[in-house]
Structures are given as structure tokens and as C-alpha cells.
Ligand binder design. Structure first.
Ligand code: NAD
Length: 275
């Protein structure tokens, strides 16, 4: 799909009240798309919607918890009623959970799998059949992470969901090719967004000091969500199956393929700081 000019196209973005989702909604609106956005954060969603209107594009928005199937079904109906078509779906909504495996309660596993993995599956399930029926082709973008191909101690639950998103996306890509619908798993590295402050942590990681350290590291890295949005547009244009975004994500991608032992070694070194 030509992403330089998206006029006449409709893009759906989940988790668009903040960070990568908001930046992607604005980038797609700037290129001419009409936008459907959802999130659980209603004030943030309103801000994103106002920014889209300022760009001069049409927008529809809804409070949606992506872990709730009925919320997403109702949202898909709303998008149909507002625009009558869907060309791009970005399943972006996600949360972070930090902590050693033994410290993270199973309820937290249910929560993160519900949002980060099932939320992506539900998003695909409600929109893809409509895209197939419309016969216009299109693109599904699922936001994974470099933690979708590199293991990371202290992030077992998060890694499990993001490896899952990569597997879902790569398999779905084959199934949808005959409908001219591309599927991309986007794998960002360390992106300076709210997620580092809003994620829940457990065990030795659950201190204010650790949270501050993490947040400062993300700020120092200073790689903004707008750059991920550009990466998403490029990946759609080139119909990439898996797209690392940021130098650290590309390094992890090649290291995992060429020197998998090295990724394990870095993980073991990281483990020391988690005890
Ligand atoms: P963010 O916290 O700025 O944005 C996430 C958005 O998702 C928020 O607006 C939040 O309200 C929304 N959300 C959370 N739970 C939801 C739910 N149940 N239903 C609907 N919306 C929900 O964080 P971000 O960094 O922009 O994260 C976006 C995606 O990028 C996530 O999937 C995240 O895992 C992924 N990612 C982030 C990074 C990073 O370093 N920031 C790296 C790799 C991948």
C-alpha cells in the first residue's frame, strides 16, 4: 500500500490515547487517512481526537478495553457506521509488567495476556473478516516488541505475550496474503513513552527507585514514538512481515539469528542487576 498518500483510506488504531498509538494516528491523519481510535483512557483519547480534527481529518473514537471482546465488536460496528470501510488496523494497545517469574502473580499473567495477546487476536478477529468481505485488500499491523524475539529476564510475562504476537502475525500473514491484506509485526526497542511509568512491577523491581531508574533510562535513550509511527508507515509500504524499529531492536534481531548464545549471555548478565 502506498502510505505517502492515505487519502480515501480509513485507519483503526487501538491504544491511541498515548505514545506509539497516538503518534501513529497523527502520522496517518497527516497523510490523509480518516481515523478510528480507541483506548481505556478517555481524556487522552479526546486529546488525540482533537489533534486529528485539527489536521483536518475525520475521526471516530470510543472507550474500548481490548481485553473485552464485546467492546471491540461494538467498536467495529461504530467504525462501519462512521466510515463504511477499514484499510489499516493497528493493534497497538499494550501494557508492561516487570518482575521475576516467581514474583509475578498469576492474576497479572491473566491481565497481560488478556490485553497484549488476546487483545491483538480480538482486534484482528473483529476487523479482518470485514476487510476480506470488502475485497479492498489492506494491512494489519500488530505491535509486538524486540521482546517478541529476544528473551529478557524480569520480563517473562511481557516476553511471552510479545513472542505470541509475532507468532500470530507471521501465521496470519500467510492466511491473508490471498486477500491482498498484509500483516506486519512491529518490534520496537526502547521507546520513550508513558509505559515505563505506568507498568506494574513485582518483587525487587517494585520500588520507586527502580521505577525512576527505568524511566530515566528511557528518557536518556530519547527515541520518540513518532519514529515508530514512521517505521510503521514504511513497513506497510514495503509489506514487511516483521519490522524491528530502532538500532537496539535491529541489533537484537540479528544477534538472535546469528549468535543466539550472545543474547542468552546478555540476559544472564542482566539477571545480576535483578536480584
Ligand atoms: P503507552 O502507555 O504510551 O500507550 C499504551 C496505550 O494503550 C495507553 O494509551 C493505554 O491507555 C492503552 N491501553 C492499555 N491497556 C488497554 C486496554 N486494556 N484497552 C485499550 N487500551 C489500553 O505505551 P506505548 O509504549 O506507546 O505502547 C504501545 C505499544 O507498544 C504496546 O503494545 C507496547 O507493548 C509496545 N511497545 C512499547 C515499547 C516501548 O519501549 N515503549 C517497546 C516495544 C513495544
Amino acid at each position: 500500500m502506498d502510505t505517502k498518500n492515505l487519502s480515501g483510506k480509513v485507519a483503526v488504531i487501538t491504544g491511541a490515547a498515548s505514545g506509539i498509538g497516538r503518534a501513529t494516528a497523527l502520522a496517518m491523519a497527516s497523510r490523509g487517512a480518516d481515523i478510528a481510535i480507541c483506548d481505556i483512557d478517555e481524556p487522552g483519547l479526546k486529546e488525540t481526537a482533537e489533534s486529528i480534527e485539527k489536521i483536518g481529518r475525520r475521526v471516530t473514537s470510543a472507550r474500548v478495553d481490548v481485553a473485552v471482546q464485546d467492546d471491540l465488536r461494538a467498536f467495529a460496528d461504530q467504525v462501519d457506521a462512521s466510515f463504511g470501510r477499514v484499510d489499516i488496523v493497528v493493534n497497538n494497545a499494550g501494557i508492561g509488567v516487570g518482575g521475576l517469574f516467581v514474583d509475578v502473580p498469576l492474576d497479572e499473567w491473566d491481565r497481560i495476556v488478556g490485553i497484549n495477546l488476546k487483545g491483538v487476536a480480538y482486534g484482528c478477529h473483529v476487523f479482518v473478516p470485514r476487510m476480506i468481505a470488502a475485497g479492498n485488500g489492506g494491512h494489519v499491523v500488530n505491535i509486538a516488541s524486540m521482546a517478541g524475539f529476544c528473551q529478557a529476564p524480569g520480563m517473562t510475562a511481557y516476553c511471552a505475550t510479545k513472542f505470541g504476537v509475532v507468532g500470530l502475525s507471521e501465521s496470519l500473514r500467510i492466511e491473508l496474503a490471498e486477500h491482498r491484506i498484509g500483516v506486519t509485526a512491529i518490534c520496537p526497542g526502547v521507546i520513550n513513552t508513558a509505559i515505563v511509568r505506568t507498568g506494574r512491577n513485582y518483587g525487587p523491581l517494585a520500588t520507586d527507585e527502580r521505577r525512576e531508574q527505568g524511566a530515566r533510562a528511557f528518557e536518556r535513550r530519547n527515541y520518540g514514538p513518532e519514529r515508530v509511527a514512521e517505521g510503521i508507515l514504511k513497513a506497510i509500504a514495503k509489506n514487511r512481515g516483521l519490522a524491528p524499529v530502532s538500532p537496539e531492536a535491529w541489533t537484537g534481531y540479528w544477534a538472535k539469528r546469528l549468535f543466539p548464545w550472545l543474547v542468552g549471555l546478555v540476559g544472564r548478565m542482566g539477571m545480576r542487576s535483578l536480584r
